[in-house]
Design a protein. Structure first.
Length: 416
């Protein structure tokens, strides 16, 4: 009798296990699997597109200059215009999401991004190239705050992991486009238009993924809050400063780190390796961001202080001659790799709905990108006046000190 009961119980467990396994091969199983995978694909595909339109310019800059016979100041607009658009138009994402829906708004922005980059295939005037830079900036400005709201509602219990994936996907897209553009353009840059235009394909693929019919389990996750709670002006100011300063440090290092290595007596090849090390460690840190917080037993507020401190230490090490500058590149990669996902997470911490998160993200990114985008230009002005080492490192140190101070204010007044 006991054997019969045992066999019956074993049969029931086996049947239950078989039913669960069978569900993965049925429509219901496919729906469950797709509902879990699709949001991650949406986030990853959109993140990969957000820096390719800017990062792909640098490898073919000399070919562009020779093709159109323009001065360096005009070439700087190809990077400056998208950043300015992100600064001025970031609130547009929230408003467009309210008017036509957040998902159609993202799809429309991805299509705009794909069109803007794709037009570079048939470039015959520098003015048209400037127009494509504006289209890239407008598309980016719409997408970024909407993705913050998407993470807020879709990854409520996994926000640090989602932000890490988001930041790492942007870094990966930038690195891939910077590497791949040169290969496609050719050694002499004779196919530079194709090297730029090919990055329309990831944007088009992302638009298709975001247009894909979503399972009901994903669609059910909607905001219940019709009137989101407003955020205090002091919070908005602090978060804007935090976003702008971390962006300013990153942009300044990307633009000037090779020059700093040159100034310290390193070769051009070593200077190129330095920026590669910096970007690689930055991307890996962003990807591992949630695991680092868990390993160190830190919340978002603790990570905000930690990565600001690491960045400050890296800036200090830039002042020292010799091989210590390599350690500086490593520390700065870790610091900036953590600062960016923290800056993206903070608006989610201070809001309770997708709409509020998108609005706050748009506001902080608007002012933040304007502030951060001006820093490489200011570094150049200081470098002309004081020298590369004193000017660039001096500005980086000032930004890092203020950033740590702002992080301290946020931690003390809003997290305690």
């Amino acid at each position: 009798m006991a054997s019969f009961r045992h066999n019956t119980e074993l049969y029931r467990k086996s049947a239950k296990l078989s039913a669960i396994m069978l569900s993965f091969f049925t429509d219901e199983g496919e729906c469950m699997s797709r509902s879990a995978l699709l949001p991650w694909l949406m986030l990853l595909s959109a993140g990969l597109c957000l820096r390719t339109g800017i990062a792909s310019i640098a490898p073919v800059l000399s070919a562009i200059q020779s093709s159109f016979a323009v001065q360096g100041a005009w070439l700087g607009l190809l990077t400056a215009i998208p950043v300015i658009c992100m600064g001025v138009l970031s609130p547009l994402g929230h408003r467009l999401g309210q008017r036509i829906g957040w998902r159609p708004a993202v799809v429309a922005a991805l299509v705009l991004l794909a069109v803007g980059i794709g037009l570079r295939l048939t470039l015959d005037t520098f003015a048209l190239l400037i127009c494509t830079a504006a289209l890239v900036g407008i598309g980016d400005a719409i997408i970024r705050p909407l993705l913050s709201g998407f993470i807020k509602v879709q990854f409520a219990q996994q926000a640090p992991l989602a932000m890490g994936v988001y930041a790492a996907s942007m870094g990966s897209g930038a690195a891939l486009s910077a590497w791949g553009t040169g290969l496609i353009a050719g050694a002499q840059g004779e196919h530079w238009q194709a090297g730029l235009a090919v990055w329309a394909l990831p944007a088009a693929l992302a638009a298709l993924i975001w247009s894909w019919p979503r399972p009901s389990t994903v669609l059910a996750k909607q905001d219940d809050e019709a009137n989101p709670t407003s955020v205090k002006g002091a919070v908005v100011l602090c978060l804007t400063l935090y976003f702008g300063l971390q962006a300013g440090i990153n942009y300044t290092l990307v633009a000037w780190l090779p020059s700093l290595f040159h100034a310290h007596g390193f070769s051009a090849a070593q200077a190129g390796s330095a920026i590669a090390v910096f970007l690689l460690i930055q991307t890996v840190t962003s990807l591992l961001f949630p695991f680092l917080l868990r390993l160190l037993k830190l919340q978002t507020a603790g990570g905000m202080l930690l990565f600001a401190l690491v960045t400050l230490l890296g800036c200090i090490l830039l002042l020292l001659p010799g091989q210590s500058i390599w350690l500086a590149a490593v520390l700065l990669g870790i610091g900036t790799g953590g600062l960016f996902p923290v800056a993206l997470l903070l608006p989610l911490v201070f809001t309770a709905s997708r709409e509020a998160a998108s609005r706050l993200s748009g506001t902080t990114q608007s002012g933040g990108y304007l502030l951060g985008g001006a820093m490489p230009w200011l570094a150049g002005v200081l470098a002309d006046q004081l020298g590369t080492v004193a000017g660039v490192i001096g500005l980086s140190l000032v930004m890092a000190v203020i950033l740590l101070g702002v992080a301290g204010v946020i931690y003390r007044h809003f997290f305690n």
